[in-house]
Ligand binder design. Sequence first.
Ligand SMILES: Cc1cc2nc3c(=O)[nH]c(=O)nc-3n(C[C@H](O)[C@H](O)[C@H](O)COP(=O)(O)OP(=O)(O)OC[C@H]3O[C@@H](n4cnc5c(N)ncnc54)[C@H](O)[C@@H]3O)c2cc1C
Length: 428
Amino acid sequence: MNRPRVVVVGGGFAGCAAAVSAAKAGAEVVLLERMDFVIASGVRAGRMNYNGKLVAAEEAKALGGGEIFEALESIVLHRANIVDEASGYVYNVIAAEPIVRRVVQVAGVDLRLEHRVTDVTREDGRLKAVRVGRKGLVEGDTFVDCSGGAGGVSICARYGGACAMCVTHRCPTFGDRVSIATKAGAPEMVLRRPDGTPGHVEAGMSLYKASLDPVLLTRLEKEGAISIPLPRELIDATQLYSIGGVRSQRQMEHLNLVDIGVVAKCVGNGAMTPDQLRKIPGLERAVVENPMGMGRGNKINCISMAPREDTLRVKGYVNLFAAGQKAGPMGGIAEVIVTGILAGHNAARAAAGKELVTLPRSTAIGDFISFTGEMMDIPGSLNLQYSFAHLDYFEKMKQSGLYTTDIRAIHRRIKDLGLTGVLAQKLI
Ligand SMILES: Cc1cc2nc3c(=O)[nH]c(=O)nc-3n(C[C@H](O)[C@H](O)[C@H](O)COP(=O)(O)OP(=O)(O)OC[C@H]3O[C@@H](n4cnc5c(N)ncnc54)[C@H](O)[C@@H]3O)c2cc1C
């Protein structure tokens, strides 16, 4: 008997998690990625588990979807935090892509790189197939849109300064992002900055380590993370909202340098010119590695979100799901992985004709998915990106008692709700 087939579009962290989750449930899974590597943004990320992200990672493990978190924990480079963050670690970004790709392949997923989906076909109100340019159609029973919400070139030029040539998305080489939910006719929602401009500016950039002052570099490689107060003229109070609000005001008053392995990352500064950077002590000879054209801007994000239910099924569609930045105003690796795990599992359930799972609001993951879904339902509210670690949502976690650093308590909470291993069930 043929197994039902789940087709996942986009091999960022959300898509990898969705594919692994659907495969564990017993579906045949095809993962289509437009570039020649997986994890996209994750190749210059690295920072995990700080603040409420720890809760999300541990809940995911308890629910039965811990593979990618555990893989990243096996390549930890530092236990380190910038200001206003606690309990974080940094993974080695060079080791991340191969190890996540291996998790996907071990799960039995048919990963097809350089497969950029350009359109969809529908029949009797259902998605039937996706078109991969001239390579033809890939049919499926259910589909998960994990195409993210970044770029492409014309978006970054229109709402940023230019295509800043980021190493994470490489649109000039592999072609712009295409959303299958949008192609299927779902509304496309955008986050807006305070001045109404669509999308927000990417918060991260990275520097060649060899261009840092040697004393600063030695300290950075020893401590893992350093927050350097910014000269007054470089502090811009509006910057926090142009990057979607996923930092604290105090973080915005610092250059937060993190050793992610091959390069040093600056967390939260969005776009600065190389000349501005060189005004910071220790960075007098700094050379930017990503994005290459940073003096002209940075990648534009959160430009394509699909309204969806708490099951992560796209509203109005029977066999289309969304995860990651495609599924709401969220940013961060933990955030997109946990949505991927649920969307992939539910896509397998839908393909097998089984009832879908909704996670209760007494879990941080369930609450976050419901909360970000609600934000999409409130007209005019899409101006912040949410994460388990920052501003409003982290505050909400603390107030509702969902935040703790007691790992055993997190696992116990999932057990008491009768949810241990619920997303690892083999259904087919
Ligand atoms: C420079 C940088 C640093 C960051 N640092 C951190 C950090 O330290 N910690 C943290 O928690 N978060 C960090 N983030 C944020 C985090 O990495 C992202 O929020 C998250 O990885 C987004 O995952 P995603 O899968 O939703 O989207 P994406 O990573 O954008 O993945 C979408 C994927 O879909 C593919 N795709 C798009 N269209 C198609 C198509 N039509 N056909 C096939 N494939 C398609 C793309 O090629 C891409 O691989 C960082 C982000 C960046 C850019």
